[in-house]
Design a protein around this ligand. Structure first.
Ligand code: SAH
Length: 218
């Protein structure tokens, strides 16, 4: 077995299953999406390590466990339309795209958005669309979404994201008073005006900037 396949097996067994990731669709997606294609060339040998990696613009691709945990918390079905805020490398969008019907993912930096879009095209992730803009406003055009995932830390839950969540939908987002320390929250939209909030665990994401985030100059 080559080094990449063996590193991928270790990731699935020791970093995901051993920590309680159970959703078969999530585990399958994590097995199938080549994470090494989403990291800078000089970091390929670390692609399956149990940590985040730098991807440019001061941003990171999340640790595999966190990607899998968020996907599992979204409880995705094959018919779901998903919104992701924070495309970064495009890796987590590719994972969601293997499970759900379609994924719209919004990125603030043009360089990252372009890199992710061409990577996703090359890997035949045809149901993932990359949009350039301020994700704190969501993406009204394709709303409502059965699931929304935010992969940057927010000071509070942006209003637009609540509004664009379908009734019965799930929103997973790191929220915290410090720009780099958050608690991972899941918000369920139970009715038109009824939401339930669940606190999952402590996490450390890069800050969500933008109009309804930490502002543009962090
Ligand atoms: N999901 C990514 C990791 C993203 S890191 C992956 O799998 O690689 C967080 C990303 O959120 C960064 O790329 C950052 O530029 C982006 N981001 C921060 N604030 C944003 C905003 N308001 N709108 C869209 N993207 C934002």
């Amino acid at each position: 077995m080559d080094r990449i396949s063996s590193a991928r097996e270790t990731m699935i067994r020791d970093h995901l299953k051993a920590r309680g990731i159970r959703d078969p669709a999530v585990l399958r997606a994590m097995e199938e999406v080549p994470r090494e294609e989403f990291v800078p060339e000089e970091l390929v040998e670390f692609a399956y390590g149990d940590y985040p990696l730098a991807i440019g613009e001061g941003q990171t691709i999340s640790q595999p466990y966190i990607v899998a945990l968020m996907a599992e918390l979204l409880e995705l079905g094959p018919e779901d339309r998903v919104l992701e805020i924070g495309t970064g490398s495009g890796y987590s969008a590719a994972i969601l795209g293997r499970i759900a019907r379609e994924v719209f993912t919004v990125e603030h930096y043009a360089t990252l958005a372009q890199g992710a879009a061409s990577r996703l095209r090359r890997l035949n992730c045809g149901n993932v669309t990359v949009l350039l803009g301020d994700g704190t406003r969501g993406w009204q055009e394709f709303a409502p979404y059965q699931a929304i995932q935010v992969t940057a830390g927010a000071p509070h839950v942006p209003k637009a994201l609540r509004e664009q969540l379908a009734t019965g939908g799930r929103l997973v987002i790191p929220v915290g008073h410090h720009p780099r320390m958050q608690s991972l929250e899941r918000i369920l939209r139970i009715g038109e005006n009824e939401f339930r909030r669940e606190d999952m665990c402590a996490v450390q994401f890069v800050p969500l900037i933008g109009e309804d985030g930490w502002g543009d100059d962090l």
